[in-house]
Design a protein around this ligand. Structure first.
Ligand code: 9YT
Length: 138
């Protein structure tokens, strides 16, 4: 069993910041459970473009107000406490945060923790293990 408080992750390698969001990763590929689990804060007044070509992600908003846009269809959805979106089609999408948005996020396959260095918003598919620096696909 693993028990963690969000504050335990502060300032560790599991605490990752970009210009528009901060994400603390409770569960990563190294835990070996088949998914990763993150607490992501998207900053008020920002716009973030995401595209996870190699991952499925479920996002559950637990605080704040914003808008999700499916950049492939132009559809737009309000986000507030209680909204869940599932990116089951690797959709290009944009999150507009009206206030700080607090999101609980699950990825399959799990994020290893290094993907953030890919600046175009695409997480390469990385594998844990002896060949972990090898990029499987992009
Ligand atoms: C809201 C969202 O897509 N969060 C993804 C997790 C975050 N980008 C991370 O941990 O890298």
């Amino acid at each position: 069993m693993i028990v963690t408080h969000l504050s335990d992750l502060d300032g560790t390698e599991r605490d990752v910041e970009s210009t528009t969001w901060r994400s603390r990763r409770f569960v990563l590929a190294r835990e070996g459970v088949g998914f990763s689990f993150h607490d992501t804060l998207i900053y008020a007044g920002t716009e973030s473009k995401f595209w996870y070509a190699n991952h499925i992600e479920a996002v559950y908003c637990v605080g704040g107000e914003g808008t999700l846009v499916n950049d492939e269809t132009g559809e737009s959805f309000p986000i507030s406490d209680g909204t869940m979106y599932l990116l089951n089609g690797h959709e290009h999408h944009t999150v507009h945060a009206k206030t700080d948005l607090r999101m609980a996020c699950v990825f399959n396959p799990p994020v290893t923790g290094r993907e953030v260095h890919d600046e175009n918003g695409v997480y390469p598919l990385l594998e844990e293990g002896p060949y972990e620096t090898e990029e499987v696909s992009s």
